[in-house]
Write a protein that binds this ligand. Structure first.
Ligand code: NAP
Length: 269
C-alpha cells in the first residue's frame, strides 16, 4: 500500500508530510472566501479530524492568529504535540470581522508569546510573516523578520518563513528566510518564479490555495478528479515541499491524502 511521503523542508532539517492540514475553517467563518458557507466544527469533530490526519500520515498543521480561534483550539485539542510540525504566523490580526496588520518588533514578540500560550507549547516549529501584500515594504521597512530571526536564535522558533502575495516580495523572502509559502494552482501561476527561486536556494516551499480555496473543486462534475488534477499540477513543480490543504470534512481529508499519495508516486519533483 502507498503511504503519504514526507520531505525535508529546505535546509531546515524539519521533516513534514507532503500534505499538511490547513485550519482556517476550524477557527473562523466570517470574512472568508470559500465557495460554500460552513459551520465551525465542534471540539469532538476537530479532535477526530486531527486523529484521522495523524492516522493517514499527516504530521503537519498550519494555523495563524488571524484564523479566529484556530490556534487556541489546536492547543486544547491536539494530542501528542511533539509528533506535529506546527506552522503559525504573525502580522495579521482578525478582529470584529476585519483584518488589521502590525509588523512592529513589539507586536511580533507579543504575537509569538501569545501563540506559544494558545498552542500550549514551548516552541513553534515554523513561523511565517502573514503579509498584507505589501511584501517588499514589510521585508525592507519593518522589524518583523529580524524579530523572528531573534526568536529563532533564542530557540522559540525552529524556522522562519514568509507568506506573501507578490513575486518581488517572494523572491526577496526566499533569499532571507528558511521557507516561503506561495499560492499556486492551475488557475493561479503568477508566483511560480518564487517557487523556482526558492528551489535553487534549497529553501522550503509550502503551497497554499492548491484548490483555489475550493473554487477549483466545488461545482465540478467529478470533484475527486479535480482534486487529483490540482495535486498533480502542484506536485509536478520541482521544489514544492508540501501542500497545505484546508478541510474540515473527514471524507475530503481522506480523498486528499489518497490523491497526494498517488500524485507523488507518479511525479519526480
Ligand atoms: P484550499 O486548500 O485551496 O481549499 C480549501 C477548500 O477546499 C475548503 O473549502 C474545502 O472544503 C475544500 N476542499 C478541500 N478538499 C476537498 C475535497 N477533497 N473535495 C471537495 N472540497 C474540498 O484553500 P485555503 O483553505 O484557502 O488554503 C489552504 C490553507 O492554506 C489554509 O487553510 C491556511 O492554512 C493556508 N492559507 C494561508 C494563507 C496565508 O496568507 N498565509 C492564505 C490562505 C490560506 P471542505 O472543508 O468542505 O473540505
Amino acid at each position: 500500500m502507498l503511504t503519504l511521503p514526507h520531505r525535508t523542508l529546505g535546509s531546515t532539517g524539519i521533516d513534514v508530510s507532503c500534505l499538511g492540514l490547513g485550519t482556517v475553517k476550524i477557527g473562523r467563518n466570517e470574512g472568508v472566501k470559500y465557495p460554500e458557507k460552513f459551520t465551525i466544527p465542534d471540539d469532538s469533530a476537530v479532535r477526530n479530524l486531527l486523529r484521522q490526519a495523524q492516522e493517514l500520515g499527516i504530521n503537519f498543521i498550519d494555523t495563524a492568529p488571524a484564523y479566529g480561534s484556530s490556534e487556541e483550539r489546536l492547543g486544547k485539542l491536539m494530542q501528542r504535540r511533539q509528533e506535529w510540525v506546527i506552522c503559525t504566523k504573525t502580522g495579521e490580526e482578525f478582529s470584529g470581522g476585519i483584518s488589521g496588520f502590525d509588523f512592529s518588533a513589539q507586536h511580533t514578540r507579543h504575537s509569538i508569546e501569545r501563540s506559544l500560550k494558545r498552542l500550549r507549547t514551548d516552541y513553534l516549529d515554523l513561523v511565517l510573516v502573514h503579509s498584507d501584500g505589501n511584501d517588499q515594504h514589510v521585508i525592507e521597512h519593518t522589524d518583523c523578520l529580524d524579530t523572528l530571526m531573534r526568536c529563532r536564535e533564542q530557540g522559540l522558533i525552529r524556522a522562519v518563513g514568509f507568506s506573501g502575495k507578490t513575486v518581488d516580495g517572494g523572491l526577496l523572502a526566499a533569499n532571507l528566510c528558511d521557507l516561503v509559502m506561495v499560492s499556486y494552482n492551475p488557475q493561479h501561476t503568477a508566483e511560480v518564479d518564487v517557487i523556482d527561486h526558492a528551489h535553487k536556494l534549497h529553501k522550503g516551499v509550502l503551497i497554499k490555495k492548491a484548490f483555489d480555496s475550493g473554487h477549483a473543486i466545488v461545482g465540478q462534475n467529478n470533484t475527486e478528479d479535480a482534486v487529483t488534477q490540482n495535486m498533480r499540477f502542484v506536485f509536478s513543480r520541482p521544489g514544492v515541499s508540501a501542500i497545505i490543504a484546508g478541510t474540515i470534512n473527514p471524507k475530503h481529508l481522506q480523498q486528499n491524502v489518497a490523491a497526494a499519495t498517488r500524485a507523488l508516486s507518479t511525479t519526480s519533483a
